[in-house]
Design a protein around this ligand. Structure first.
Ligand code: SAH
Ligand code: SF4
Ligand code: F3S
Length: 487
């Protein structure tokens, strides 16, 4: 039996897959190694969303191949999106790999390892489970289950954003039956989870394949001025109904989040769910990508800036104080300075609590390849820096505004300094001194200071024992108030 270690790149779905990989391997009798030096099997779970991720894989395989020279029995397995994308082609460029498997082939891992053991050539298995989609349920072991756990509700993506490789690496959308999802949430909560984040590439396009969910209030309503007729109806899904079913059937759950929703499925029914369900966090990660309609059209995002803003305004009206995070791409083919100014304009108008900004990176098998990668690296760097500067200013100001307020914080564990670490409903990270018993508890916390990316707090009535957090930023270090007002 092998001692294994898993190295993960990429998004939350990949981290989630890595946990399932660990469970599948442990279930087959393999044991976790203390680290690379101690392992017989190294599994790299890869990401190919941007170019750099692939370069990272190359250097990782190179590093492990050096160990393999000394320990020829060491097995190198590559899973995830690069494996799915490149298949056998990867083996030509990285001959040290023994096993390649796609994201849908994780359940077959024990058998594939046996095959690889006796094989002269590397083993490759990268088939999508289209006919019978399989969703590996989390083991939900007490002691191993984190306070904040993830549950997959769908896999794949039916959008065709022209820059994005995910539909190629993860295949078409497949949904998990609602009863399986609810069961997994229930088991995780019984094992100690207090917060669940539902996962999917366009998580809010969810539909129950068994059609067992009751229609959600607001379903089919489309008051949108900027999204008319048929398109607005196509945006409806059963995601709100799923959220309601989880809230009703697992009342012990303290907090529910989801990522990543697509803006076109931010429907009236979803907004109503936010309004009605106290368990839903007041924070949504809603990728917008760009603020110029010309660029959004060329990205095939299926909404305009006005549509995005209209839906966000409706959410904000229904859920006071809700914060939004987003993803943005700068330097998309043909993006002019004026287009980019429109992106900055949208950021100023909407006001995000966190922006993940990316330089456009041309990916194989994507439609945007035909547009050419015509924005220079210097321009991309410049635009990203300007976006980050604007985003950081807003973020620091938003955090500073919390000082003096009381926030409801779910403590998840201890951070780098050893102090308690938790998150507010709006997803802001809070550090506080306090005993271990607070981990897993939802507490009212007085916010006493702010940092660049997080908050400092005190839990009333609790001795401030244990390691202390860092001192907060002084007033002079905080950015001026920069939050917009959304009308
Ligand atoms: N499914 C999610 C996003 C998955 S990828 C969604 O649609 O919201 C995460 C982020 O990576 C995207 O939101 C996008 O901002 C960025 N991204 C995707 N492809 C990219 C590319 N080719 N170059 C640069 N950034 C990219
Ligand atoms: Fe990629 Fe677009 Fe699908 Fe997100 S919605 S995974 S960006 S194709
Ligand atoms: Fe990367 Fe695949 Fe996730 S490309 S971002 S690991 S879906």
């Amino acid at each position: 039996m092998a001692r294994f270690t898993v190295i993960t790149f990429g998004c939350q779905m990949n981290s989630h897959d890595s946990e399932r990989i660990g469970e599948v391997l442990r279930g087959a009798g393999h044991a976790e190694a203390a680290g690379l030096d101690d392992a017989d099997l190294v599994l790299l779970n890869t990401c190919s969303i941007r170019e750099k991720a692939e370069q990272k894989l190359r250097s990782e395989v190179g590093r492990i191949a050096l160990l393999k020279q000394k320990r020829p029995d060491l097995t190198i397995a590559v899973a995830g999106c690069v494996a799915q994308q490149e298949g056998e082609g990867l083996l030509k460029r990285m001959p040290d790999i023994d096993l390649l498997l796609g994201p849908d082939n994780i359940p077959e891992l024990p058998r594939l390892l046996l095959e690889a053991e006796g094989a002269v050539a590397p083993v490759v298995r990268t088939a999508f489970d289209l006919a019978e989609p399989h969703f590996l349920a989390a083991a939900a072991e007490p002691g191993r289950t984190p306070v904040s756990a993830f549950v997959t509700v769908m896999k794949g993506c039916n959008e065709r954003c022209t820059y994005c490789i995910v539909p190629h690496t993860r295949g078409p959308e497949r949904y998990r039956p609602a009863r399986e999802i609810i069961d997994e949430v229930r088991r995780l909560v019984a094992a100690g989870a207090r917060e669940i984040t539902l996962l999917g590439q366009t998580v809010n396009s969810y539909k129950d394949p068994l059609s067992e969910l009751l229609p959600a209030p607001g379903a089919g309503e489309a008051p949108w001025q900027h999204t008319r007729g048929l398109r607005a109806r196509e945006d409806e899904s059963e995601f709100a109904a799923l959220l309601r079913a989880i809230a009703a059937q697992v009342p012990e759950l303290l907090r529910l989040r989801y990522t990543s929703p697509h803006p076109r499925h931010l429907t009236v029914s979803l907004i109503r769910a936010h309004q009605d369900l106290p368990v839903l966090a007041r924070h949504v990660h809603l990728p917008v990508q760009a603020g110029s309609d010309r660029v959004l059209r060329r990205m095939l995002r299926r909404y305009s800036a006005a549509e995005y803003e209209e839906r966000v305004a409706a959410l904000r009206e229904a859920v006071p104080g809700v914060t939004l995070a987003t993803d943005m791409i700068v330097g998309f083919p043909g993006e002019t300075e004026e287009d980019f100014e429109q992106t900055l304009g949208l950021v100023r108008r909407v006001g995000f609590s966190l922006i993940y900004g990316f330089k456009y990176s041309e990916r194989p098998y994507t439609a945007a390849v035909n547009l050419g990668d015509d924005i220079t690296e210097a321009q991309k760097i410049d635009r990203l820096a300007r976006l980050i500067q604007l985003g950081d200013g807003m973020r620091t100001a938003l955090l500073a505004e919390q000082v003096g307020t009381t926030q409801s914080v779910l403590f998840e564990g201890r951070g780098k300094t050893g102090a308690l670490r938790g998150r507010t409903e709006r997803s802001e990270i809070v550090h506080a001194a306090g005993p271990d018993e607070l981990v897993g508890q939802l507490r009212s916390v007085l916010i006493t200071g702010s940092y660049k990316n997080s908050l400092l707090g005190e839990v009333p009535g609790v001795p401030a024992e244990g390691p202390l957090p860092r001192p907060p930023l002084q007033k002079s270090q905080q950015a001026p108030r920069a939050l917009p007002v959304v009308s």
